[in-house]
Design a protein around this ligand. Structure first.
Ligand SMILES: NC(=O)c1ccc[n+]([C@@H]2O[C@H](COP(=O)([O-])OP(=O)(O)OC[C@H]3O[C@@H](n4cnc5c(N)ncnc54)[C@H](OP(=O)(O)O)[C@@H]3O)[C@@H](O)[C@H]2O)c1
Length: 293
């Protein structure tokens, strides 16, 4: 009997760890239907075509997605829903990120910086836009997080540090990943009993493009904990398949070595008031970012 294809909707699968993960999945006997957001669909299509995967088994669709522009997030979500029709989403992978400081003014007139919008706000907005389908599908939402969340030791600086034009000397990337984790906890609470939300760290993987735009943080290839891109992709994949989710609902973080992190490691992100603050509603986002007619 033919195995039913699993549908994966993903951000950030056009290079680095996300691309490698899709590549690994395309080599499985399990069939997949991928619907992927890409800044440059042509280049991404050429890269996937080069993999020579079995297109009678897997399907792969690319739609434009520029996460610094929330309008494209809205258009992407509609294209995803149109493409899906009655089909469900088995997995939503939120993997896209940039490592960049917040010195530039916010894109498209936003008060927020590009790294905040790309790494958190726009992907949080995407979950709002897909919410009904995710709930109906009982999807698993995999949020690619980072051990860097531990570098945030006082959330009171987040608001200033993440604004466009911020001159902060603190590193902005960990702050974006921290608010992203707040959002993962928030969605886990909102979607309780309907979807599964898992945050996962791929580990320290120097050979990706993550730090290409940043002089604030660099990933050193000779770091003793450094892992390869295929190893990093495998860590993310574990978040798709692990079914031993801890009983404590706050314990959502899977490490790159396969341990469910004790929640005191990311204790600051368990503050529900903070989770609420950094998880704006769909209407608030559309109003603040000028998306309403
Ligand atoms: N590398 C590490 O050591 C490490 C450690 C901990 C966590 N992580 C996390 O792992 C995830 C993947 O990172 P990576 O290391 O593989 O980085 P990467 O090679 O830079 O890949 C990032 C992905 O995000 C996409 N992206 C970036 N900005 C975007 C935008 N404005 N609109 C749409 N897509 C955008 C990129 O698209 P393009 O192909 O167009 O560039 C690419 O597909 C991130 O969430 C990162 O925070 C990485």
């Amino acid at each position: 009997m033919a195995t039913i294809a699993k549908t994966i909707v993903a951000t950030g699968a056009t290079s680095g760890l996300g691309f490698e993960l899709v590549k690994q999945l395309l080599a499985q006997t399990q069939p997949y239907k991928f619907i992927l957001g890409a800044r440059d669909t042509k280049t991404a299509q050429a890269a996937f075509d080069k993999l020579n995967y079995d297109s009678s088994k897997h399907s792969l669709t690319l739609f434009p997605l520029e996460l610094s522009n929330l309008k494209t997030v809205k258009a992407f979500s509609q294209q995803v829903l149109d493409k899906l029709g009655q089909d469900k989403i088995d997995y939503l992978l939120l993997n896209a990120a940039i490592g960049k400081n917040a010195e530039q003014p916010g894109p498209f007139g936003s008060k927020w910086s590009e790294p905040y919008i790309v790494n958190h706000l726009s992907q949080h907005y995407l979950v709002h836009l897909l919410r009904e389908k995710l709930e109906a599908s009982q999807s698993r939402i995999v949020v690619v997080s980072s051990g860097a969340v531990r570098l945030v030791d006082d959330p009171k600086y987040l608001e200033d540090d993440l604004k466009g034009g911020s001159k902060t000397e603190r590193s902005v990337y960990p702050a974006t990943k921290f608010v992203q984790l707040l959002g993962a906890h928030w969605w886990r609470r909102q979607l309780k009993g309907k979807c599964t939300v898992v945050a996962v760290s791929p580990g320290l993987i120097p050979h990706t493009n993550l730090s290409r735009n940043s002089d604030q943080f660099q990933l050193h290839a000779n770091h003793p904990d450094a892992k390869t891109v295929p190893e990093g992709a495998q860590s993310i994949y574990r978040a798709f398949v692990r079914d031993d989710l801890p009983e404590d609902p706050d314990q959502i973080f899977l490490t790159s070595w396969g341990e469910w992190w004790p929640k005191d490691v990311y204790g600051l992100s368990l503050d529900k008031t903070l989770q609420d603050k950094w998880s704006p509603s769909k209407d608030e986002i559309e109003r603040e970012e000028g998306l309403t007619a």
